[in-house]
Design a protein around this ligand. Structure first.
Ligand code: MG
Length: 391
């Protein structure tokens, strides 16, 4: 359920990074910091919209950047103001009143995890306002005159505020109105609610939720990211199909016509191997089965090449950013010998699936004359696939 809009505050100038562009555009393991940040929010199903607030002069280039990383559809890029408070106020004008929650996050905190975002959303759903924070661990000193300690600050009850900071939309809007009336400027959104007397809860976060401010932070963030497993999001799918063997019809397997005295019977070309593969891919996409997409009651699919159906299935997966990583397919047939035909089938299937032929593994098995495949009444096929999410 989509219950929140995220405002990513990326208006900083990044002077402390010593770079010519703002820090949120610096690269972390080859990907801009802002992209890492947005990807984390994109993975939270409750986040329905993302508003990215950048300096006016970076609005166009940010839109182009998001398009390059296929995130443009989920984000609205707007120009911010002079102060962070101004930028978030402008962002807030884009949030619909009926959106229950607003999550404000620093564009330069790219290591936030979807799990922590969700925890903060949950706390705000319960309490109206919640921010991610960590208890202070170090002893804190007040230092005067450059390097002389004046006194030690009592650490008990001290927390470091981070983002996300999540609020009921009506509360945050009201807090902004109150702050503007009073001329109050805060360094985060929670302080505006505190100023107005509204309670704000803390949700304990992680020290790894770094704010990239100096070059050292960037190096630390890279080290932390490299420790994370970098496996892409994966989906597994399984498919099974069987078709009857009859005299006279063509035998088409993996898009290849094979000379044999028996052929497969079906509404389409009855390519049982390709059907199992289609079903496995649809399964991995959470899209039901081949019968749902290409009903055998539809004359459109009468005699159709199953390779065309496979192309449509691959295109459907691509709309979900899912791409075939590899497939392992077993065909169960007493006869004919299939292994000699596998290289040609692999070439056909790999081209449609846009993968290397080595990613399509084909195997043949018999049932040693047992059952319907053993009696040559039919041929069946099993397929297992792995799809990966590529943004
Ligand atoms: Mg079939």
């Amino acid at each position: 359920m989509q219950t929140a809009t995220a405002i990513i505050a990326a208006g900083g100038s990044g002077l402390r990074m010593g770079t010519s562009t703002p820090k949120q555009f610096s690269e972390l393991l080859g990907v801009p910091i802002l992209i890492h940040t947005i990807r984390a929010f994109r993975q939270v199903p409750a986040i329905g919209a993302i508003i990215v607030v950048v300096p006016a002069e970076y609005r166009e280039s940010t839109s182009a950047l998001l398009a390059r990383y296929q995130l443009a559809d989920y984000c609205k890029v707007i120009s911010g103001g002079r102060l962070r408070q101004d930028s978030v106020r402008i962002g807030l004008t884009q949030v619909a009143d009926d959106c229950p929650l607003v999550a404000v996050h620093d564009g330069a905190r790219p290591l936030i995890t979807p799990k922590d975002i969700q925890r903060c959303l949950d706390a705000a759903t319960t309490h109206g306002a919640a921010i991610m924070a960590v208890p202070v661990k170090d002893t804190l000193k007040t230092v005067a005159e450059g390097t002389t300690i004046r006194h030690t600050v009592e650490r008990q009850g001290l927390w470091q505020a981070q983002t996300p900071q999540v609020f009921r939309t009506d509360l945050l809007k009201e807090a902004f109105v109150r702050a503007d009336q009073d001329g109050f400027v805060g360094t985060d959104e929670a302080s505006l609610l505190e100023h107005g007397g509204w309670p704000v809860m803390v949700a304990e976060g992680s020290d790894t939720n770094l704010k990239i401010t100096r070059p050292d932070d960037l190096r630390m963030a890279e080290a932390l990211l490299m420790k994370k497993p970098t496996l892409p999001e994966m989906r597994i799918g399984h498919g099974f199909d069987a078709h009857r063997l009859v005299a006279g019809g063509p035998l088409i397997l993996g898009g290849l016509e094979i000379t044999h005295e028996l052929g497969l019977l079906g509404h389409s070309d009855a390519d049982v191997l390709t059907h199992a593969l289609c079903d496995a891919i649809l399964g991995a996409c959470g899209e039901g089965d081949i019968g749902r997409h290409f009903p055998d009651s539809d004359p459109l699919y009468k005699g159709i090449s199953s390779i065309k159906l496979l192309a449509q299935v691959i295109a459907l997966a691509a709309t979900k950013q899912l791409h075939l990583h590899n497939a392992d397919i077993t065909v169960v047939a007493e006869r004919p010998k299939l292994a000699p035909h596998f290289p040609a089938m692999q070439t056909i299937l790999a081209e449609i699936c846009q993968v290397d032929p080595a990613s399509i593994n084909l195997k043949a098995s018999t049932t040693e004359k047992m059952g319907y495949t053993g009696r040559e009444e039919g041929i069946s096929a099993h397929a297992v696939v792995l799809l990966t999410l590529k943004n």
